[in-house]
Design a protein around this ligand. Sequence first.
Ligand SMILES: [Zn+2]
Length: 379
Amino acid sequence: MTEPSGGMGAPPFDAIADQPLVARFLSTALQAGTVHHAYLFAGPLGSGKTEAAGALARALLCGKGGCGACDECIRVRHLTHPDYHVIEPLGAAGYLVEQVAELVHDVGLTPMRGRYKVYLVTRADLLRGATANALLKTLEEPSGKAVFILLARTIESVLPTLASRCQVLPFRSLPEDEAVAGIVAATGVDAAAARIALAATGGSKSRAEAFARSSARREARAAVIETLSRLDRADDLDVLESVRDLFVLLKQPLDAVKLEQQAKMESHKGVLGKGALKQLEERHKRELTSRERETIGEAFDIMRSWLRDILLVRLGRGESVVNVDFSHHACRLAPSVSEAGVVRCLMAIDQAQEQIQYNVRQELALEAALFSIREQLQS
Ligand SMILES: [Zn+2]
C-alpha cells in the first residue's frame, strides 16, 4: 500500500490492505451508517476473511471507529470482548445444535459494553439442516443490534437460504508473490522462509505469519520432513517411534497457548464474575481443541508440500522446490519413487485427514499414512 495509514476512517481496515475493494466497501457502509445485519465473506483460505471480520468488529464495538488501541479493540483482538462471539464448529462434522441455540439465545440479550453484538460464524458452509434452520430465523429478523459475519470459501458452499439473507462480499485470492511479500514485511523472514511458511499452513497468509514467528512450529516442521526422509530405510518400529516423537514436538507449540490462556485467566480473575470466567474457560478449551486440529493439519500440509517437491525434482523442475533446506532429501528420493507413487502418498495423507475428521485417533491416522508412504518409497 502506498498510502500512509491514519487517513479518515482508515485504521480498522489497514488489517485487510490485501482486499482493497472489501475495505472500501465496509468503511463506506460504516461512515454512511448503512451496516448490514448479516455479511457473507466468501473467498479462499488465506484471503484475509478472519482479519476482515475482526476489523469490522473493532469498527463496530470501538467508540472511535476501530482505533486498534483502546480496550474495546484489544478485547476484540484477544477474543475476550463480551459482545464479539466467534463460533467455531465443535462437532467432528460441523456445528452442534446446542451451539446455534446458545447463539440465538445470546442475540436476544442486550449488548454488554456497546451498541452492537457481533457474531462470527467461521464455517458457514457447515450449517446444514437443524443448525441452518435455527440460525435462519435469527437472520430473518434483524434486531438492529446484532451483526452476523459468516465465512466460507465459496458462496456456492453455503445454503442458498442463508446466503440470500446476507450481503455477500467476495474476497480475491492472493497471488503467491504478494502473500510472500506480505509475510516478509510482517515477520522479517526471507522470501524462501516465507514460502515454506505458506506451504506449511496450506496457503493461509495470516497463519503463515504466525508460523514464521514460532520457533517451535518451525522445529516441528523440520522433524516432519526428516521423518519422511528416513522412511525409505525405516522398519516398523522406527515408524511407530517416529510418530511418537513427532507428536511430542507437534504438541509443543500448544504449551505456549496453554500458558497464554492461564495468564489470561489470572488477569481476569478479579475482574470477571463467576459466569463470565466459566465462559472464558470454555472458550479456552474450544480454542485448544481447534488448535490441536490445526496442528495435525499443519503436519499434513508440510508432508504434502515436501512430496510435491519430490515430484518437482522428478519432473526436472528442482529449482521450484519449496522446502529448499531439505532439497537434498527430495533429490535423493526422487529417482526411487514413481510419479504415481507420489500421488498415492498424497492420497494416503488425504485419507488420514479424513479419518481424523471421523474421530480416528490422530496418532493412528498418521501411523497409517506413514506406513503407506514408506511402501511407495521402498518399492
Ligand atoms: Zn478502539
